[in-house]
Ligand binder design. Structure first.
Ligand SMILES: Nc1ncnc2c1ncn2[C@@H]1O[C@H](COP(=O)(O)OP(=O)(O)OP(=O)(O)O)[C@@H](O)[C@H]1O
Ligand SMILES: [Mg+2]
Length: 387
């Protein structure tokens, strides 16, 4: 490619001579006899190099040099100066000239200097390009790093969750072992207490106050027994019978048992179950426990009224049941613990409800998650695979 040069000099002789010599050396030459017009030409032609005379009538060569370097950083400048102006030359170099040539000059020297500057220019421009490329690459790497960090963070959260679930499962297994033995030992004496309570009651027909105490004994024994039953179902699967069950039916049936409570509390039910809900192979009662525990927790939070939303959607792989309430929500610091057996914030709670839910969801190879914000209600999602 022929390099473009522009010669700016008020002496026409110089313009003609230099352009003749340089054209014959293969350069593409433009000429102009004043600085003011040169700017426009440079903008249009974008020459690699300008040969600029220092001594010109209207615009001073130094000002022209500064202007060109400022406006066209990729156009390099060699200055023509008169003999005896070496001090000026230093100033010109500082102002951005790439070289200077003392007049009068020999043709050979002129060509040599020009080739030199063009060589340096091509190296410097290439360098600039490399630096820009490097910056672009660094930016890209930084982007990748961010992405990587995000992915690591995501995986860490998933791992922590999985680890927590493993711990829970182990805890439940240990609890199962212990509670099965204990429940057996405790339920026998409990049974006796209840029986003796009932016998005592029969003998206290003339003392209503004492009779009410024995009633209390019997009902409290029943409460302990219910807790034991719940404890057992937390950790151990009770005898089960698998059949094809419609998930929608299980939800409906469970909801029915809460209708009275919802009316009393002024809770509105919003239900969206897909028309024909899918069926899975499961134990009806066991599956029902998932929903009854979620509904019971939700209603406990809406004693002053609210909305219970239940939706069921599915594709050909899994069903998703969503249970939302508009109750008090779960504080962030509790979210991690709610599936732990014994974790409860209720005066009369056992903390077993959600452990049972988790165990059953896992039994059917499903997943459960919870989204909640204190004061803004709670949403549980339960996914159950269809295959
Ligand atoms: N829908 C909900 N809104 C607010 N908090 C909830 C909700 N569901 C569960 N929780 C919190 O999670 C805790 C554990 O629930 P879980 O069902 O395991 O036990 P519990 O309800 O306290 O006791 P139990 O189920 O034996 O009556 C609750 O005590 C409550 O703090
Ligand atoms: Mg509960």
């Amino acid at each position: 490619m022929r390099e473009k040069l522009l010669i700016v000099d008020d002496e026409h002789m110089i313009l003609e001579l230099a352009s003749m010599v340089l054209s014959s050396k293969g350069f593409d030459i433009s000429i102009v006899d004043n600085a003011t017009e040169s700017y426009e030409l440079i903008a249009r032609e974008q020459p690699a190099l300008v040969l600029l005379d220092y001594m010109m009538p209207k615009v001073n060569g130094l000002d022209a040099l500064k202007e060109i370097r400022k406006r066209f950083p990729e156009t390099y400048v060699i200055m023509f100066t008169g003999k005896g102006s070496e001090e000026v030359a230093v100033e010109l170099m500082k102002a951005g000239a790439s070289d200077y040539i003392l007049k009068p000059f020999s043709n050979a020297k002129l060509v040599e200097r020009i080739e030199n500057v063009l060589h340096i220019r091509s190296i410097e421009l290439r360098n600039k390009e490399l630096i820009q490329e490097r910056e672009k690459l660094l930016d890209e790497i930084e982007g990748w790093n961010h992405e990587l960090e995000d992915r690591v963070e995501q995986k860490t959260i998933e791992l922590e969750r999985a680890h927590h679930e493993v711990l829970l499962t182990e805890k439940l297994a240990a609890l199962g072992h212990l509670s099965a033995g204990m429940a057996h030992e405790i339920r026998n004496p409990l049974n006796s207490i209840s029986l003796f309570g009932q016998v005592m009651r029969a003998g206290l027909e003339n003392d209503p106050e004492m009779q009410s105490y024995s009633d209390k004994i019997v009902s409290e024994v029943e409460r302990i027994d219910a807790i034991l039953v719940k404890l057992l179902s937390t950790s151990k699967r009770s005898p089960f019978k698998l059949s094809t069950v419609q998930i929608g039916d299980v939800i409906e049936k469970s909801l029915q048992t809460f209708h009275g409570q919802m009316q009393v509390q002024g809770v509105v039910l919003r239900k969206q179950l897909s028309q024909k809900t899918p069926s899975i192979l499961a134990d009806v009662d066991e599956l029902g426990l998932i929903f009854s525990n979620l509904f019971s927790n939700a209603l406990f939070e809406m004693r002053q009224g609210g909305t219970l939303s239940v939706t069921l959607v599915h594709d050909n792989k899994e069903v998703l049941v969503t249970v939302s309430d508009t109750g008090g929500g779960i504080p962030e610091e509790h979210l991690h613990d709610i599936f732990d057996p014994f974790f409860t914030t209720k005066k009369r709670g056992t903390g077993f409800g959600l452990s049972v839910v988790l165990r059953i969801v896992k039994t059917y190879s499903g997943r459960i998650d919870v989204k909640s914000e204190a004061g803004h209600g709670t949403t549980f999602h339960v996914w159950l695979p269809l295959l």
